[in-house]
Every structure is written in structure tokens, then in C-alpha cells.
Ligand binder design. Structure first.
Ligand SMILES: CC(C)(COP(=O)(O)OP(=O)(O)OC[C@H]1O[C@@H](n2cnc3c(N)ncnc32)[C@H](O)[C@@H]1OP(=O)(O)O)[C@@H](O)C(=O)NCCC(=O)NCCS
Length: 213
């Protein structure tokens, strides 16, 4: 079965939402449950691909989109875009609601849709890009994550973006090992996990080590 990595095309959006829903990103054995399966994509993937399709890449095979990386080059400008173009419709469609107590997580993401963003963090200036990456089980551990990140970093470097950041849950040991292998370092420890950053201006220590003599 052939597998391709390519720039995002609008026809990929549904597949990106599917992967976002089905792949766990907190290190748990099972993905969270939702009554409305669109919600994870609305929060963690869709707006990035729509706002800046040039910073989205997918891995696809005969079973469809099986992985993606999506990003914004500038977190603060992206927040402004969300407020103007993304959240208003969703806030109207999904009013805040209480935890129904049935183990579903809709109310948590609906709260994110309504949340007022916190104050800018120091790494927004030094590492303004922000990204999300996910691969379906069938494509994990085969180098696609590294290739997706390489494609994204090349696009960010072309635009002169100095660095990127992301959040990773403390329990997601696999992702933490992946980011470490790619040269990310910790910028901040939170009660939920870590903010990691990657310099894009200078080659990372890993890239220097990998350079042939
Ligand atoms: C995390 C994720 C994106 C990594 O992508 P991947 O394709 O599985 O990783 P790769 O095969 O490209 O591995 C790249 C490097 O990461 C490291 N790595 C990957 N998985 C690892 C693991 N389980 N343990 C230790 N190191 C690991 C390896 O050093 C590997 O180096 P190599 O290229 O020299 O072999 C992918 O597993 C995934 O989507 N996981 C579920 C969703 C998720 O957690 N997303 C991140 C949320 S913050």
C-alpha cells in the first residue's frame, strides 16, 4: 500500500477531523469519548488548516488521511483570527453546558471554544509558531511523524519564523520522546504537562550531530 506525504488540500479536512477524533493525544489507551465527534477537530486541527493551509501537511494512504501536522506561524495573530472568523459561529452553535456525568468530554472542548485566552506567554515572542501533529496507529513508528515535522519546519523557515512551540500532556511519554528526538526543549512545566519549544533559526544539536563530515 502506497503512503504519501503531501501539502494539505481542502479535501483533506474531513480526514484530518477523523484522525483528530480517533487518535489519543494524552498518552491514554483510548481516545476520549464525544457525543459530537466534530469538537476535537474544531479546537485542535480545523482552524489551523483553514487559517493557514500552507502550514498543513498530511500523510495519506488507500484508507484516507492517516496523519497530519497543522500549525500557525504566529500564535497571537492566530488568536485574533480565531476571535474574528472561527469562534463566533461555534460559540452560537455550542452554548456552554455542564458535565453530563456520562464520561463524555464535549463540555470540556465547548468550554475551550468559549474561553478567553490567557495572557501572552514569553515563548510566543521567541517561538511564535504553534503546531499539532497526529498519526493514526497504522502509521505510527514508521518515520512519518519526523517527515511531517521536517516538511513543516522547512515551510516555517522559508517564512523566517524563528521558532515553534507546542503543548504535550505529561502522560504522553511517546510524544515526549519523539519531540526530544527532534530537538525540542522544555520552556515551561504546567500541572497538565509541558510546553516544548524548537529553535528554527539555528540548526538543532541533533541536526549538527547528523551532518556528515
Ligand atoms: C507522536 C507521533 C506524532 C510521533 O510520530 P511517529 O511517526 O510515530 O514517530 P517517528 O517514527 O517519526 O519517530 C521519530 C523519532 O521519534 C522517536 N520516537 C518515536 N516514537 C518513540 C517511542 N515510542 N519511544 C521512544 N522514541 C520514540 C524516535 O527517536 C524516532 O527517531 P528515529 O527517526 O531515529 O527512529 C505519533 O506517534 C502520534 O501521532 N502519536 C499519537 C498522537 C500524539 O501523541 N500526538 C502528539 C500530541 S502532543
Amino acid at each position: 500500500m502506497s503512503t504519501y506525504l503531501r501539502p494539505y488540500h481542502p479535501a483533506d479536512l474531513a480526514g484530518i477531523y477523523r484522525v483528530c477524533l480517533l487518535v489519543d493525544a494524552v498518552g491514554g489507551a483510548r481516545p476520549a469519548r464525544f457525543h459530537n465527534g466534530d469538537l476535537p477537530g474544531h479546537v485542535y486541527a480545523g482552524p489551523y488548516a483553514v487559517a493557514d493551509p500552507g502550514l498543513a501537511f498530511v500523510v495519506a494512504d488507500e484508507r484516507g488521511v492517516g496523519g497530519y501536522v497543522v500549525a500557525t506561524a504566529d500564535t497571537l495573530r492566530f488568536r485574533q483570527w480565531l476571535d474574528e472568523h472561527w469562534w463566533p459561529v461555534l460559540r452560537e452553535q455550542y452554548p456552554r453546558r455542564a458535565d453530563p456525568g456520562d464520561g463524555t468530554r464535549d463540555h470540556v472542548l465547548i468550554e475551550d471554544i468559549h474561553a478567553t485566552p490567557g495572557a501572552p506567554r514569553p515563548w510566543f515572542a521567541t517561538h511564535p509558531a504553534q503546531l499539532h501533529i497526529k498519526l493514526a496507529d497504522r502509521l505510527q513508528g514508521r518515520g512519518w511523524g519526523r517527515r511531517l515535522m521536517e516538511a513543516l519546519c522547512a515551510a516555517l523557515r522559508e517564512r523566517g519564523v524563528p521558532g515553534a512551540h507546542l503543548g504535550v500532556a505529561a502522560g504522553n511519554r511517546r510524544a515526549i520522546a519523539f519531540y526530544d528526538a527532534l530537538g525540542f526543549t522544555q520552556a515551561h512545566e504546567h500541572d497538565w504537562g509541558h510546553t516544548l519549544v524548537l529553535d528554527l533559526v539555528r540548526p538543532t544539536a541533533k541536526e549538527v550531530t547528523d551532518t556528515p563530515d
